[in-house]
Design a protein around this ligand. Structure first.
Ligand code: DSN
Length: 392
């Protein structure tokens, strides 16, 4: 690279990444093949439209790439083109979710999504996101005692509010989401059921998540760069039936929200999806979950409040503040960074502090499991976390 400034900064970031224990639940470490596709000449191509229906010439190769990414997306999740439509163009998770609302929820309609401080995502209808500015969020949350989703309260609210769409999914909820219950509630109130599986998509592909959202949802969205271990990107799946949801989604992605697809990114998605369809990936997904379980149990045994009492996924939410007996999430994250452990501060259910200095931290095992870490390593890491957070 001739640009020595950027070259040096990339080298510095690679060095930083290699020198830390990465417990950011939404990050991972992609393969060299994924990087190669991302850095390819495919970035030079404009191809507004979809395979076979483009607004530019010269698409003989990129049409094949996009179609292959679609086929591999179906294969990775064990579903078929007879039942599911796939759009691989969303640039990332937030535009993917907003495209779903743009396509399927009328102006000023209602999005029922988990509150941010209970583990939901900004694009599940929070007021600072486009999803909460153009549509109205009907929030749901967790039971204050068990810290797991309160399905009874959710159903009551859904029946009263009659949302247009219900979003099952999270960024900071460690437990299995019961898609069957969500389906029953969506049917009872007449809503579309969307699952945002961004965080646990790798566990679904690797058959390590307790349920498959594809057995219940109308729409499934996912980012590709978390447990699925691909490039920063997203995919929308729409169930094929008389409603033709896929057609509305395609129109919402382009021309509704985006311009030309990023074909280098789509090629990298295809590479990652092929990797996620292998027996090795299945082993990886199982290990991600085992590692998170050990991390949660160890920290719990060391006296920390683990939200919901544990985890069923790659994610552990730790209350570090513990009503003033511990340290805030910001302080915890800073102390951990000093000893080379990278986490993110996070709100916890019924948060009493501010999002910039909340009560907890979120941990995830996807990246360190890619590096080959096992249960024993997690015990050691839990000890390091405990020591750093207990210092007076
Ligand atoms: N910011 C991502 C996460 O960390 O969960 C979701 O967009």
């Amino acid at each position: 690279m001739k640009d020595t400034q950027i070259k040096k900064l990339i080298a510095a970031e690679v060095k930083r990444q290699k020198s830390v224990i990465n417990l950011i639940a939404s990050e991972n470490i992609v393969s060299k093949d994924v990087l190669e596709a991302l850095g390819s000449e495919l970035t030079n191509k404009y191809a507004e439209g979809y395979p076979g229906k483009r607004y530019y010439g010269g698409n003989s190769v990129v049409d094949k790439i996009e179609s292959l990414a679609q086929e591999r997306a179906l294969k990775a999740f064990g579903i078929s083109a007879d039942e599911w439509h796939v759009n691989v163009q969303p640039l990332s998770g937030s535009p993917a979710n907003v495209a779903v609302y743009l396509g399927l929820v009328p102006k000023e309609g209602k999005i029922m999504g988990m509150s941010l401080d209970h583990g939901g995502h900004l694009t599940h209808g929070h007021k600072v996101s486009a999803s909460g500015k153009f549509w109205t969020q009907i929030p749901f949350g967790v039971d204050p005692k068990t810290e797991v989703i309160d399905y009874t309260a959710l159903k009551e609210k859904a029946m009263t509010e009659k949302p247009n769409i219900i979003v099952a999914g999270f960024t900071a909820y460690p437990r299995t989401v019961d898609f069957k219950k969500f389906r029953e509630i969506a049917d009872a109130c007449g809503a579309i059921l969307m699952v945002d599986m961004s965080h646990f998509a790798g566990l679904v592909a690797g058959k390590a998540y307790a349920m498959s959202p594809f057995d219940y949802a109308d729409i499934v969205t996912t980012t590709v760069h978390k447990t699925l271990r691909g490039p920063r990107s997203a995919i929308i799946f729409a169930r094929k039936d008389a409603r033709d949801l896929g057609k509305a989604i395609d129109k919402a992605v382009f021309p509704g929200l985006q311009g030309g697809p990023h074909l280098n990114q789509i090629a990298a998605v295809a590479v990652a999806l092929k990797e996620a369809s292998t027996p090795a990936f299945r082993k990886y997904a199982a290990q991600v979950k085992k590692n998170a379980h050990v991390l949660a149990e160890e920290l719990k045994n060391l006296g920390w409040h683990i939200i919901s009492g544990g985890t069923d996924s790659h994610l552990v939410l730790v209350d570090t503040w513990m009503n003033g007996q511990g340290v805030s999430g910001k302080e915890a994250s800073e102390r951990l960074e000093k000893i080379g452990i990278i986490v993110n501060k996070n709100t916890i259910p019924n948060e009493t502090r501010s999002p910039m200095d909340p009560s907890g931290i979120r941990l995830g095992t996807a990246a360190e499991t890619t590096r080959g870490k096992k249960e024993k390593d997690m015990q050691k890491i839990a000890g390091m976390i405990h020591k750093a957070l207990s210092k007076k």
